[in-house]
Design a binder for this molecule. Structure first.
Ligand code: XIL
Length: 331
């Protein structure tokens, strides 16, 4: 009798764990958009419950760090594709699409790249784009080709690429990526370009000029790292619509909404409102094709490490229970 009860309780626990987060079905089933999350390979490999929620709720994955230059080629000529390969393989097995992140970015860049002179740097960037985009040719739906190229005032960020190669490094990177993987959708990606402001104006002008020159650019990635410490960005729908009117797709690529600690029910409710506004802004424009969050569980998030005093920015809590923000999107 005792054992039977124990077995019964165990089965019940399993059932409860396996129960979907929403009666309507997983997030990926309630919209025509790709619904994605950043994924970290170490958790994917080590935590069955993490893997289960990712697999259940999302149909797109973005490697959180595994495809960054500093990860794949920390030492010149010595490649480590293990994390990236594992995620691409997981996606193939589970039928998910992959957002590649990211080819040209000033951050998480190997030290050896910083010291090169212009001619050498251009060769090395070209080789990097061909090597990485070529390795995953046909397996990546969309690439963040260039990440975070602008300052807040809309001028170019003075990265090693900008300083040594000049304005055209962006067009070059897109042309090389297109040659390396002709079917991948190629995006420029940035933060603080959710609403109408100097930085999104600059992104708009860049995309317009690249399109006019026939450079293969297919989308604008809006990171959407938001915080309750600031008001919701104004004009997000209008901004998405104006990008789309240029003839490119738009993706929400890294959404999260930070909460200043302590977390309270009121703040969780406000967070739900922010997520809902991002979701709605994307759904208001046909060419907004993707809603991706930067991780899905407060168990593992970049937020507390980078923004002291803020936390709990994801749709699921640390125990993988859906938070009010999840329920707001998927009641
Ligand atoms: C972050 C990762 O989440 C962290 O694990 C890492 O330490 C730093 O980078 N914008 C981006 C992402 O485009 O690549 C960043 O990811 C978050 C901000």
């Amino acid at each position: 009798m005792r054992t039977r009860l124990a077995v019964g309780v165990a089965v019940l626990a399993l059932l409860v764990q396996a129960a979907p987060a929403s009666a309507a079905g997983p997030l990926k089933s309630i919209t025509k958009r790709y619904v994605g999350s950043a994924v970290a390979v170490q958790h994917l490999n080590a935590e069955a419950d993490y893997r289960a929620v990712l697999t259940r709720e999302f149909d797109s994955v973005t490697p959180e760090n595994e495809m960054k230059w500093g990860t794949v080629e920390a030492v010149r000529g010595q490649y480590d594709w293990s994390g990236a390969d594992a995620i691409v393989d997981y996606a193939r097995r589970t039928g998910k699409s992959v957002r590649g992140h990211t080819l040209v970015w000033h951050s998480q860049l190997p030290d050896w790249v910083g010291g090169l002179e212009a001619r050498e740097l251009r060769k090395v960037v070209k080789n990097h784009v061909f090597t990485e985009a070529g390795r995953y040719r046909g397996k990546i739906r969309a690439w963040d080709v260039v990440n975070e190229a602008f300052n807040e005032d809309g001028t170019r960020r003075p990265t090693v690429f900008q300083e040594k190669l000049g304005d055209d490094y962006i067009a070059d990177a897109f042309r090389w990526a297109h040659q390396a993987d002709p079917k991948a959708k190629l995006y420029i990606n940035d933060y603080n370009i959710e609403g109408l402001n100097a930085k999104s104006d600059a992104t708009y002008e860049l995309v317009r000029s690249l399109k006019r020159k026939g450079v293969p650019i297919h989308g604008v990635g809006i990171q959407a790292h938001l915080s309750l410490l600031y008001g919701f960005p104004s004009g997000m729908k209008e901004n998405i619509a104006r990008f789309a009117a240029l003839g490119v797709d738009v993706a929400i690529t890294e959404a999260d909404v930070r909460i200043p600690v302590p977390v309270t029910p009121e703040k969780l409710d406000a967070q739900a409102g922010y997520f809902e506004q991002v979701w709605d802004a994307c759904h208001a424009v046909k060419r907004c094709v993707e809603f991706t969050t930067w991780g899905f569980t407060d168990r593992h998030s970049w937020v507390p490490g980078v923004f002291p005093g803020e936390d709990a920015a994801c749709l699921f809590d640390a125990e993988l229970r859906p938070k009010p923000a999840y329920t707001r999107l998927n009641p």
